[in-house]
Design a protein around this ligand. Structure first.
Ligand SMILES: [Zn+2]
Length: 246
C-alpha cells in the first residue's frame, strides 16, 4: 500500500465513511469528476465504452466461468440469488483497487478502469462473491474489523492462495506447503484489510491473527483447498487464469 500508514492514528473512527473504504469508489459517492489531464492523456473520457466492455466481460464470466457459476449457485441456495443488473456494477474506481463489495447496497463493484481482462474480472467476481456469500449467511458486519478480516481470510484461502500453493507443488514438501499456504492467506488478508480500511498495520494484523484459526478452517461453499499430490493441484493450475494470475 502507500505510505499513509505513518499518519494513521492508533484507533479508527468507523463513523467516518472514508475510514471504511468508500473513498476508493468515487462513483459510489457521486464525487467522480473527469480531470482535464486525464482527458488530454487519453486515460479518461472512455467511461461509456469501458463500461460496456466491462459489462460484456462480466456476462461472459457468468456464462462460462466455473467458479463464478459455483458461487452463483451457492448464493441462490442460500436465498441470496444474484441478479446481474441489480447486484453487479462496472464503475470507475481509484486505480489502487480492482474491485470491491458494497455491503450497504449488496453490490459487487468491478473497476472498469483497472480490471480489463477476463481472468482478472473472473478473479474479482469469485473473491467478491465470497464476501457476498458471507454477508448473506454469516451476519457479517463489515464495519467490524474481525468480521472483515474473517471474510478476507476466506476469500484468500479459497481463491488466490490455493492457486499459488498449486504453483509451488514440486518445489516444497507437503508440510511446507501447509505452512506456506497459511502464510499466503495471512499476507493476502492483511493486504485486503489495509486496502479498504484506514487502520494501522498492527490493528489489521491483530484482527487477522485473532480470527485466523476459525476462519481458515471454514471452506464453505467451495469446499476445496489445494492439497499436495492431488488432482486438485492440476485442476487449480488449469483454472489458474480464472483467478487472474496467469
Ligand atoms: Zn476482499
Amino acid at each position: 500500500m502507500d505510505n499513509t500508514n505513518t499518519k494513521k492514528t492508533e484507533t479508527t473512527n468507523f463513523n467516518n465513511p472514508s475510514d471504511w473504504g468508500y473513498d476508493l469508489y468515487p462513483e459510489r459517492k457521486g464525487s467522480f469528476k473527469r480531470s482535464l489531464t486525464g482527458i488530454l492523456t487519453g486515460t479518461e473520457g472512455n467511461e461509456a465504452a469501458d463500461r460496456m466492455r466491462c459489462e460484456k466481460t462480466v456476462y461472459k464470466c457468468f456464462k462460462t466461468g466455473k467458479l463464478v457459476q459455483l458461487m452463483a449457485g451457492a448464493l441462490k441456495a442460500s436465498g441470496c440469488e444474484i441478479d446481474l443488473r441489480r447486484h453487479i456494477v462496472c464503475e470507475v474506481c481509484d486505480p489502487k483497487v480492482s474491485g470491491g463489495y458494497d455491503p450497504e447496497l449488496n453490490q459487487i463493484v468491478v473497476c472498469q478502469n483497472s480490471s480489463k481482462s477476463e481472468g482478472i474480472v473472473h478473479g474479482i467476481l469469485v473473491h467478491e462473491m465470497i464476501h457476498m456469500f458471507d454477508f448473506c449467511n454469516n451476519n457479517v458486519d463489515f464495519k467490524n474489523i474481525d468480521h472483515l478480516a474473517c471474510t478476507e481470510i476466506r476469500a484468500a484461502n479459497l481463491t488466490h492462495c490455493s492457486f499459488l500453493s498449486a504453483m509451488l507443488q514440486g518445489d516444497v514438501s507437503p508440510w511446507n506447503i501447509k505452512a506456506k499456504h497459511q502464510e499466503c492467506v495471512k499476507a493476502k488478508a492483511l493486504e485486503s484489510v489495509l486496502a479498504v480500511r484506514k487502520v494501522t498495520i498492527k490493528e489489521a494484523l491483530e484482527a487477522v491473527e485473532r480470527v485466523f484459526p476459525k476462519c481458515y478452517r471454514d471452506l464453505e461453499p467451495i469446499g476445496r483447498r489445494v492439497k499436495a499430490n492431488s488432482l486438485d493441484a492440476k485442476r487449480a493450475y488449469a483454472e489458474g487464469y480464472l483467478y487472474g494470475y496467469v
